[in-house]
Design a protein around this ligand. Structure first.
Ligand code: NDP
Ligand code: MG
Length: 393
């Protein structure tokens, strides 16, 4: 029986890799729905290739443009628009699996809807979990859904964890070791980073990703978000999560055991591996990724992150200590600051300044509901936008 799949964020980097893996296994997967935002031409092409029942965009005018392209190609995919349509394609009773690959808080509601309706959820949209971790994991427990991490580090840890991890002694796991590539500015100090441009920040040495996560990788905020993501996914305190910089990005993360053993998952830095792992789980299937050539690789390097040069990582550690809704504030402020940097409104090193400002200006409360999460998110975005405007003057 083939799996019916919805790909949220199909036009992005993860979405494109997902459709590439799926195309290699037509007997296993049928595409139910695809979503995009601005790239309607790419979405039209994807609909023509994969023939989903639905295609969803947010904006009504873009929906009209998409409809016109599909009609001209005799493609019968029905175009829907708006956030409710995203929720509908994530929770439709015909859907088995949802790839959650919208970037940022924009993916929260649809990702949560997929979890609540008991779909097998492949989670790339780490921001959703960072914002609403408790609600999210409660919904996972309540619906009994299978949540599989796509983020390469978390997918690696998932692959290395022992079956007995849920036992009282965590199956002997003593800590998780998250790999970090170090991004394009590894070894740089803050004055060197002050004049960097968006193209420099987005030119990741190892991974080809969307703009937002590329900037997050350059500031190391991505690693901060990933610490919080790991806390929720693996129910482990931040004190048992280490970060090690590993520039080759071949060891995707590791699990340390009390007896001194360390298990690692290795592979070429290509997101099609974790995507194929999660799509096929608990089986395995080909991903299109070539074998790792150890001899050509010849060495693997590891070093500590330099937090003084990457203050976003320090801010994220502070957030793990503050708890409550501090992660919502950090995530929202970071999304606004990264966009302002990409729009040339603030400098690269001001991203951390702006996030720190928002955290310092907030008092934290425990969010009780999705409405609380969205309220804090909205308030932090407004505060941060105001701060960006002040800095621009
Ligand atoms: P991209 O920017 O490449 O793609 C984002 C997707 O979300 C696109 O389909 C985009 O549509 C859509 N989108 C953007 N804004 C909205 C919105 N407001 N409403 C609805 N849809 C929207 O990002 P990535 O694929 O790189 O990343 C996606 C997620 O996966 C992120 O959370 C990221 O952290 C995570 N991730 C990514 C990795 C990677 O290698 N790329 C690795 C690990 C995690 P459009 O393009 O049509 O405008
Ligand atoms: Mg990652």
């Amino acid at each position: 029986m083939s799996q019916m799949i919805t790909v949220l964020g199909a036009t992005g980097s993860i979405g494109v890799s997902t459709l590439d893996v799926i195309a290699g296994h037509p007997e296993r997967f049928k595409v139910f729905a695809l979503s995009g935002n601005r790239q309607f031409q790419r979405l039209a092409q994807q609909c023509i290739t994969h023939r989903p029942r639905y295609a969803v965009v947010i904006d009504a005018q873009i929906a009209d443009q998409l409809r016109a392209l599909l009609e001209a190609s005799n493609c019968l995919t029905q175009v829907l628009c708006g956030e409710q349509a995203l929720i509908d394609i994530a929770s439709d009773s015909e859907v088995d699996t949802v790839m959650a690959a919208i970037v940022g808080g924009a993916g929260l509601r649809s990702t949560l809807a997929a979890v609540q309706s008991g779909k097998k959820v492949l989670l790339a949209n780490k921001e959703a979990l960072v914002m609403a971790g408790a609600l999210f994991m409660d919904a996972v427990a309540h619906s009994g859904t299978t949540l599989l991490p796509i983020d390469s580090e978390h997918n690696a840890i998932f692959q290395c964890l022992p079956q007995a991890y849920s036992n009282a002694d965590r199956g002997g796991v003593s800590k998780l070791i998250l790999s970090a590539s170090g991004g394009p500015f590894r070894g740089w100090d803050l004055p060197q980073m002050t004049p960097v441009t968006p193209p420099q920040a987005c030119a990741h040495p190892k991974w080809d990703m969307g703009a937002k996560i590329s900037v997050d990788s350059a500031t190391l905020m991505n690693k901060g978000l990933e610490i919080i993501e790991a806390q929720w996914l693996f129910k482990i305190p931040a004190s048992q999560i280490d970060v090690v910089v590993h520039p080759q990005s071949v060891v995707h993360s590791m699990v340390q055991f009390v007896d001194g053993s360390v298990l690692a998952q290795l592979g070429n830095p290509d997101m099609r591996t974790p995507i194929a792992h999660a799509l096929a789980w608990p089986e395995r299937m080909s991903s299109g990724v070539g074998d790792l050539d150890f001899v050509a690789l010849s060495r693997l390097d590891f070093e500590d992150p330099v937090i003084d040069n990457f203050p976003c990582l320090g801010l994220a550690y502070g957030v793990t200590e503050a708890g409550k809704d501090a992660a919502i504030v950090m995530n929202a402020a970071n999304e606004v600051a990264v966009q302002a940097f990409l729009d040339l409104r603030i400098g690269f090193t001001q991203i951390a300044d702006v996030v720190e400002y928002a955290l310092n200006a907030s008092c934290f409360n425990e969010p009780q509901s999705l409405a609380d999460v969205e309220h804090t998110d909205k308030r932090a975005r407004a505060m941060t936008s105001h701060r960006v405007t002040q800095l621009e003057r």
